[in-house]
Every structure is written in structure tokens, then in C-alpha cells.
Write a protein that binds this ligand. Structure first.
Ligand code: ZN
Ligand code: ZN
Length: 387
């Protein structure tokens, strides 16, 4: 018989805004091929917030209580049988939150993010849902954890998850040294996109957003060379002719180019990372890309949009989708070790303990902490001395 200890705490969502800190039983020894990770840092993501507020994320509704969180790092506290020798107690690891079958065609060709059998922590897409990482101890397959170099903190280790989505985009568009990059949307992912584009060799990075504070932040940290504040657009006019809408987006692209003193007659950017999901920004992205350039859709926006497809197709502007990531953790570790992503932990604006997870989500929902500071990224971290 397996002996159990009752020390695992988890932030479990039971329904909209019904987040409970529960104590669960945990076997003292992980199953074969698994490790226990004492989770020390977890970033909260937009999808977690959707589940927290609405009990669903798009089409995927909560069908039973589920622990939230999927951006985590921690320390190995127990090792099950049949685990690789390098995974011993005390090793620091980042947790990759998706469990794929490792056998299907997509997995075999290295695109496991597209695995039809993918189970992703804290996603209600599959049933039963796979619990998320907002737990004090996570039981996880050994092949789903990545050793953290000593120079990389737990918080940065956790940030590798959202960073991975960006790195997937960078790989999809084969970003080359010296290219000019536009990032639309300067939330946490947009900021990481700016930093990663710089780290990956972009010579010139421009960030645009409607929030000037976020843009200042990007500039202060040298993640963006220049920024441009977009006017808060009026809500789309019902029944407006698409040509009129596209004309507006084209005008914004032109005005932005002029404000930045760019020759934007044919599109000034080699690559645009679209991180807002807002249709007017996707349109702007296409008009701002040079002939033969690439638009990478990183933001999860409305699934049906009207786009100036001619302005893309007739100038061979490739529109690339990104769904999560595959094989990005080793790449992130290399970039971090080479010092190419210095200071990315500064995107973390607020920190709470696991017990305070509810308040952490409320802060994310408000977009502002009780301290009055605007939210870029909310983290749940272990208290001092907990490790
Ligand atoms: Zn996420
Ligand atoms: Zn598969």
C-alpha cells in the first residue's frame, strides 16, 4: 500500500469566482516516471483569468473542480522509480505544462503542440481536466520538467512558459538578425515579445498599445527602441463597409510610420508580432509589414475577423499562426544563459502567496493592485523559507 501525506495545497476552481484553497492527499513516493515538484513560482495567465471569472475559457467550460495555473517552476522534492538520473531531489526545474502522447505523427515530427491527444494543465479542453500547477506540490512526468541553470531564478523559470509562446512565434517566422520588428499590444506577452525579439537579434523594435504606461515601461527597459500610442478606437460601427474599416487601419499604419519617421510607403517592418488579438491591430499589422514580410499571430483574439487579405496575399506577406509551443524550453534556457533576456522578471508587477490566490486573480481582473500599480504580470510565489 502506498503511504500518503496530507500536505498538498491547491488553488482549485469550483465555478466562476469560486476559488478554494484545498488540502489534498499526496503519495509520499511519486509513481514510476514521475517527480514531485515543490512549486515556488507561478505566473497567472489570461486563460486562468477567464476560467476564474466565467468558469470557462471560450468554448471550454469547467466540468469538475480544477486547479488553475500552468506557468511554474520549483524544486524537485521526491523522485519516483524509473526517472532519469539527473533528476534528483533538490534539483531546480521549470515545468512544461502540456502532456502530449509522444507517439502520433505530430509528436513524432516535433510539433507536439498540435498533438490531438494533448492534455494541458489548467485547461478544460480535455475531460477529465488536467489539474493546473497552482499547488504546493505537483506530481509531474519526469519528461515534462526542465533543469534550470543556477543563474535562472524560479520566477524567470516560470516565465519561460509565456515566453515560449513568443519563441514559438520567433521560430515560425524565422526571425533573422537585424530585422525590424513591430509588436502590437504591450501586455505581458507583448513585452516578452519585445525582449525576446531583441534577444533573438532584431535590430529595431517598436511597441504599440493604447496604454502609454505599458509603452513607457517597454522603453525604460530597452525592450523597445520606439513606441507609438494608438488612439483608443471607437467600437466598430455596425454594418460599416469592410473597405472603410480597412481604410482606417491603413491610415493608422501611415500615421504611425510618420510619427516614427519611417519610410512606411510599402510597410516598414520585416516582422509584426501581433499580441493583442484586436482585429484593428491585426489589420494594422498587415499594412505595416513590408512586401515579403511576416505577420505572426500570438494574441488570441476573436476567431472570426475581417482582414485586408489582398494587402497580404498580393505582397506575399505571410500570416503565421501560433498555438502554444514545442521544444522551446531548451531554446529559452540557452538564451537566458547567454544573457539575451536580461531583466524579463521586471514584467512581474504583483506577487501573492498560494493562500492569497483569490486576491491574486482579483488583482489581475482589476488590472490594478491595491497599491494602485497597473498590472503587467501577477505571480503566486512561495513564502520565504518555504522551499
Ligand atoms: Zn497561458
Ligand atoms: Zn501526439
Amino acid at each position: 500500500m502506498t503511504s500518503h501525506v496530507n500536505t498538498n495545497k491547491a488553488a482549485v476552481l469550483h465555478g466562476p469566482k469560486d476559488l478554494r484553497i484545498e488540502t489534498r492527499s499526496l503519495p509520499t513516493t511519486p509513481p514510476a516516471g514521475h517527480v514531485h515538484v515543490t512549486v515556488l513560482a507561478t505566473g497567472l495567465c489570461g486563460s486562468d483569468l477567464h476560467y476564474y471569472l466565467h468558469g470557462r475559457n471560450g468554448d471550454f467550460a469547467l466540468r469538475h473542480p480544477m486547479a488553475l495555473g500552468h506557468e511554474s517552476a520549483g524544486i524537485i522534492s521526491a523522485v519516483g522509480p524509473e526517472c532519469p538520473a539527473q533528476l534528483s531531489v533538490g534539483k531546480r526545474v521549470a515545468i512544461e505544462a502540456g502532456l502530449y502522447c509522444r507517439e502520433c505523427e505530430r509528436c513524432q515530427e516535433g510539433r507536439y503542440n498540435l498533438c490531438p491527444s494533448m492534455r494541458f494543465a489548467s485547461s478544460a479542453k480535455t475531460y477529465p481536466h488536467l489539474d493546473g500547477t497552482l499547488q504546493s506540490t505537483l506530481t509531474w512526468p519526469a519528461w515534462g520538467v526542465h533543469l534550470l541553470p543556477t543563474s535562472v531564478s524560479y520566477e524567470v523559470g516560470a516565465l519561460i512558459e509565456p515566453l515560449s509562446v513568443v519563441l514559438q512565434g520567433i521560430r515560425r517566422c524565422a526571425l533573422a538578425n537585424g530585422e525590424r520588428v513591430l509588436v502590437t499590444g504591450a501586455g505581458a506577452v507583448g513585452l516578452l515579445a519585445c525582449a525576446a525579439a531583441k534577444g533573438a537579434g532584431a535590430s529595431y523594435v517598436v511597441a504599440v498599445d493604447i496604454d502609454e504606461g505599458r509603452l513607457d515601461f517597454a522603453k525604460r527597459n530597452s525592450w523597445a527602441d520606439q513606441t507609438y500610442t494608438l488612439a483608443k478606437s471607437a467600437p466598430p460601427v455596425q454594418g460599416e463597409e469592410p473597405a472603410v474599416t480597412m481604410g482606417k487601419a491603413q491610415r493608422v499604419a501611415k500615421e504611425m510610420g510618420e510619427a516614427l519617421s519611417l519610410d512606411s510607403s510599402a510597410g516598414a517592418f520585416d516582422v509584426v508580432f501581433e499580441c493583442s488579438g484586436v482585429p484593428s491591430c491585426v489589420q494594422l499589422a498587415i499594412f505595416s509589414t513590408r512586401p515579403g514580410g511576416r505577420v505572426v499571430l500570438i494574441g488570441m483574439g476573436s476567431p472570426i475577423q475581417t482582414l485586408p487579405i489582398g494587402a497580404a496575399a498580393l505582397r506575399e506577406v505571410d500570416i503565421l499562426g501560433v498555438f502554444r509551443y514545442a521544444n522551446t524550453y531548451p531554446l529559452a534556457m540557452e538564451m537566458l544563459q547567454r544573457g539575451e533576456l536580461k531583466g524579463i522578471e521586471k514584467v512581474i508587477s504583483h506577487r501573492y502567496t498560494l493562500e492569497e490566490a483569490g486576491e491574486a486573480f482579483e488583482t489581475l481582473a482589476r488590472g490594478r493592485g491595491r497599491d494602485g500599480r497597473g498590472v503587467t504580470k501577477v505571480f503566486v510565489v512561495a513564502e520565504e523559507g518555504e522551499e
